[in-house]
Design a binder for this molecule. Structure first.
Ligand code: AP5
Length: 222
């Protein structure tokens, strides 16, 4: 739809770099970043009923039930900022039923990005990941170390970032990824995520630029 804000989905295995790329994409394109995992962790931190239930599944690396996740994502995508600036949906849909639910509510993406990274690398990325609770920025002890001692001292680790739990998360991912991909075949781009974060972003940036150019051409020919 020429003239409309961009609607992008980004998916990939645990630690494939979704959050890292979303930081770079939102900086350049101003899309609203809607991350299912972040919305769930906010509920867990708030100690709500949904949060308490969700944590049990997250601890086991399983999908949180649709009753909790679907409405949470739908409500965030329906907010005025998402409609106005466009959205970048991260970590949703993770099952056929989640994809179908979103479609039913009228949310259809322009592009479905899949980040591909070999499994041994994913485990190393998870184990070294750290988060800055002040800025929300994602670090890695080896690949993206913190800029200052002060930041280094306050970094935290996610409760599901252990070798044991990432293996469970990977299994869940493998059980569901094909079904989700089958729904978005026509608009899927597969990106080699096993490169530096700048190189990965350059590939994504190329696709987004192309998409915007196509739209511009379409609207000019109307
Ligand atoms: P979620 O929070 O979505 O976790 P995930 O899918 O496992 O993905 P991550 O956040 O771990 O990784 P990422 O791809 O964002 O990687 P990052 O950029 O941080 O979900 C958590 C849980 O919530 C799920 O297990 C499930 O229980 C539940 N859940 C979430 N969504 C749900 C849904 N739709 N339905 C039901 N349940 C749901 O990068 C990882 C590390 O690698 C970082 O340290 C980073 O610095 C480093 N790194 C990134 N890119 C590179 C690079 N190019 N080179 C070197 N290092 C890099």
């Amino acid at each position: 739809n020429p003239g409309e804000a961009l609607k992008i989905m980004i998916s990939g295995a645990p630690a494939s770099g979704k959050g890292t790329q979303c930081e770079l994409i939102t900086q350049k394109y101003g899309l609203v970043h809607v991350a299912a995992g972040d919305l769930l962790r906010a509920e867990v931190a708030a100690g709500s009923d949904n949060g308490r239930q969700a944590k049990e599944f997250m601890e086991k690396g399983q999908l949180v039930p649709d009753e909790i996740v679907v409405m949470m994502v739908k409500e965030r995508l329906s907010m005025p900022d998402s409609e106005e600036n466009g959205w970048l949906l991260d970590g949703y849909p993770r099952s056929l039923s989640q994809a179908t639910a979103l479609k039913k509510f009228g949310f259809e993406p322009d592009l479905f990005i899949l980040l591909e990274v070999p499994e041994d690398i994913l485990v190393e990325r998870v184990i070294g990941r750290r988060l800055d609770p002040v800025t929300g920025k994602i670090y890695h002890l080896k690949y993206s170390p913190p800029e200052t001692e002060e930041i280094a001292a306050r970094l935290t680790q996610r409760f599901d970032d252990t070798e044991e739990k990432v293996k469970l998360r990977l299994r869940t991912h493998h059980q569901n990824v094909e079904a989700v991909l089958s729904m978005f075949k026509d608009i899927t781009v597969k990106i080699d995520g096993n490169r530096s974060k700048e190189d990965v972003f350059a590939q994504i940036d190329g696709w987004l630029t192309k998409l915007l150019e196509q739209r511009k051409a379409t609207s000019e020919s109307l």
